[in-house]
Design a protein around this ligand. Structure first.
Ligand SMILES: Nc1ncnc2c1ncn2[C@@H]1O[C@H](COP(=O)(O)OP(=O)(O)O)[C@@H](O)[C@H]1O
Ligand SMILES: [Mg+2]
Length: 253
C-alpha cells in the first residue's frame, strides 16, 4: 500500500514538563486539503513543528511518505505562523521566495536566472510581482502572508504545512489563497492548514483534525466536524450558534 503523506504515532511533546501533545496518532490521506482545528494553546503549531523536527518529542514517530523527515525535506513546504517570523530581517520579497528554492540547489550553487524566474512566477501567482524588491518589513500583514505562500509554492513540495495563513489577510486575499490551495490539491498535493474560523471549515476542507492536547478525532469533514466533536474539542469555550446565514450551522465566539 502507498505510504501516507504524514503518519504520526504515539507522539507526545512537553515544554518544561508541561504536556502539550499527548499520544497523538494520525494518518492523513494524500491529495486533500486538511484543516487542523482546536482552541488556542491546543498544540496545533506544536504538532506541525514536531512533524518537522523543529521541537523535541518526548516519544513517538513521524513519517513523511514513509520515511523520517530528515530524508524528505524536499517534499515539504512550511508556512510558519506569521507572528513567529522576524519581519525586521533585512531582506526583500524576492529573496524570501528564493529561499524556497534552496532545497533544489546543490550546496555550492547560487541561485541563478532560472531560480529567479521561478521565484518571480510564484510572486506573480499571489499577486505580489510588483513588490519583489520591497523589504519585507515594509509590507502589510496580508502581503507578508502572500510572500510566504509564494515561497511555499516555489518549494514545489508534495506536502504543505501552513500555520494560520489567513490571519491578518483581507477577505479577497483569503479567497485567493484558498484558490491556490485548491490548485495544489488538484495537482495531487496534500495541504495541512491550521485554521481557527469554524464558520469556513466545511467550505474549505475535505478533512479535519480536531485537536486539544489529545487528538479528538480526524477524518472527512462531513463525518468529524460535528457539534458533539466540537464540544469535545473546545469544551465550555464553544458557543454553538444557530446560523441561518451560513450553511455550516456551526460557529464559534
Ligand atoms: N517554546 C515554548 N515554550 C514553552 N511553552 C510553549 C512554547 N511554545 C508553545 N508553548 C505552549 O504550548 C502550548 C501549545 O502551544 P501551540 O502549539 O502554539 O498551540 P496552538 O498553535 O494550538 O495555539 C501552549 O500552552 C503554549 O503556551
Ligand atoms: Mg499556533
Amino acid at each position: 500500500m502507498k505510504n501516507a503523506p504524514l503518519r504520526i504515532s504515539g507522539l507526545s511533546v512537553a515544554y518544561q514538563k508541561k504536556p502539550v501533545l499527548r499520544d497523538i496518532a494520525l494518518e492523513v490521506p494524500e491529495g486533500k486539503l486538511i484543516g487542523i482545528i482546536g482552541p488556542n494553546g491546543a498544540g496545533k503549531s506544536t504538532l506541525i513543528k514536531a512533524a518537522l523536527g523543529l521541537v523535541p518529542r518526548l516519544s513517538g514517530e513521524v513519517a513523511i511518505y514513509g520515511r523520517p523527515y530528515a530524508e524528505q525535506r524536499k517534499l515539504i513546504g512550511y508556512v510558519p505562523q506569521r507572528e513567529s517570523v522576524d519581519w525586521d530581517f533585512p531582506t526583500n520579497a524576492l529573496d524570501v521566495v528564493m529561499m524556497g528554492r534552496y532545497g533544489h540547489l546543490g550546496w555550492f550553487r547560487r541561485p541563478g536566472a532560472n531560480e529567479r524566474r521561478i521565484a518571480m512566477e510564484c510572486l506573480a501567482k499571489v499577486g505580489m510581482a510588483d513588490y519583489a524588491d520591497r523589504q519585507i518589513s515594509q509590507l502589510s500583514g496580508g502581503q507578508q502572508q502572500r510572500v510566504f505562500l509564494a515561497r511555499a509554492l516555489a518549494q514545489d513540495a508534495q506536502l504543505y504545512f501552513m500555520d494560520e495563513p489567513f490571519v491578518g489577510v483581507d477577505a479577497a486575499t483569503e479567497k485567493a489563497i484558498i484558490a491556490l490551495l485548491n490548485e495544489l490539491k488538484a495537482q495531487g498535493k496534500t495541504v495541512l492548514v491550521v485554521h481557527h474560523d469554524l464558520a469556513t471549515v466545511k467550505e474549505y476542507f475535505d478533512w479535519v483534525v480536531l485537536l486539544n492536547v489529545e487528538l479528538i478525532q480526524a477524518g472527512p469533514t462531513a463525518d468529524v466536524f460535528t457539534a458533539a466533536n466540537l464540544q469535545r474539542t473546545y469544551g465550555g469555550r464553544l458557543a454553538i450558534l444557530e446560523r441561518n446565514d451560513h450553511e455550516t450551522g456551526i460557529g464559534a465566539r
